[in-house]
Design a protein around this ligand. Structure first.
Ligand code: SF4
Length: 121
């Protein structure tokens, strides 16, 4: 089986072809122009992950929401569940840049952190 993917590890966007056995074992990776592409392709075929950037609701702040991101890559299959957790949270102002808003989201070991500040009213 052959899987064609676009590497998103840098803006070059190389097209990568991964050959897989019937059992899903990676037989070869071609088309990447650097080692990062090889690693990206192998991860994408075995355990795809994504970084998450969004906003979280704030109470008592000068803004109603504050931007946030995952401190590391999350399993792709858990992104929607993570968004449900984030959407259900209401953070009390003030929020400082880098504050951990949701520690260890869904037991992934990854924190959701603020990427801006939100002073109290
Ligand atoms: S293979 Fe290397 S050069 Fe190509 S997109 Fe991926 S990281 Fe960039």
């Amino acid at each position: 089986m052959q899987k064609n993917i676009i590497c998103v590890a840098c803006p070059m966007g190389c097209g990568i072809t991964v050959e897989l056995s019937d059992s899903g074992e990676i037989l070869s990776v071609t088309g990447n122009t650097c080692k990062r592409g090889d690693a990206y392709a192998r991860t994408e075929c075995t355990n795809p992950v994504r970084s998450l950037a969004t906003t979280v609701r704030v109470t008592g702040g000068v803004h109603n929401v504050v931007p946030c991101k995952s401190a590391g890559a999350l399993p792709k299959g858990k992104i929607m569940d993570c968004m449900a957790v984030i959407n259900a949270v209401d953070i009390q102002a003030p929020v400082a840049l880098g504050d951990v808003l949701i520690p260890d989201i869904l037991g992934t070991g990854i924190d959701i952190v603020a990427t801006n500040h939100c002073p109290a009213k």
